[in-house]
Design a protein around this ligand. Structure first.
Ligand code: CMP
Length: 143
């Protein structure tokens, strides 16, 4: 167990579906605390740096469009093992596969299959850092 910080970004669909509060409560109910929070108008450059490994993928232009639909809410969460615990609470990246009881399983409705078919990015409510190294880089980038 160790105290960590992680980056969570509430994507446009979480805001549009008015589930930001419910999602945040899930983190807070698990003992994770908000250290900082702000809305961000994400620029092309920020997205290119944040989603570097996705640049060039067929869904990348759709991912940019999705993330720029409206300002997203960036949140710096902290707590014991924050990075892995937030990812566990979120569930699978694909909402169609995410288990009931997880955030994407309960609040998500999109699927990778559908997104691939339409040539767009999958709408999965929240981004969260995958590793402690990634958290460090993303916190530096967003805050
Ligand atoms: P996220 O966890 O924020 O990381 C990259 C994002 O790109 C991912 O959530 C999805 O929104 C999107 N994405 C990743 N892979 C695909 C794919 N194969 N098809 C559509 N969208 C994708």
């Amino acid at each position: 167990m160790c105290a960590q910080q992680t980056l969570v970004a509430f994507k446009p669909d979480a805001i549009e579906n008015a589930v930001v509060g419910q999602i945040l409560s899930r983190f807070e109910n698990e003992g994770l605390q908000v250290h900082e929070m702000k809305t961000v108008d994400v620029s092309d450059e920020l997205l290119e740096r944040h989603y570097n490994e996705h640049v060039g993928e067929s869904y990348y232009p759709g991912l940019v469009e999705y993330m720029q639909e409206r300002p997203v809410i960036a949140c710096l969460l902290e707590g014991e093992d924050a990075v892995s615990r937030v990812r566990e609470l979120l569930g699978d990246t694909d909402p169609a596969v995410a288990e009931p009881g997880t955030i994407r399983g309960d609040f998500g409705s999109d699927s990778f299959t559908e997104a691939d078919r339409d040539g767009r990015a999958v709408r999965n409510l929240v981004h969260a850092s995958a590793t402690t190294d990634e958290a460090e880089k993303e916190i530096e980038l967003w805050f």
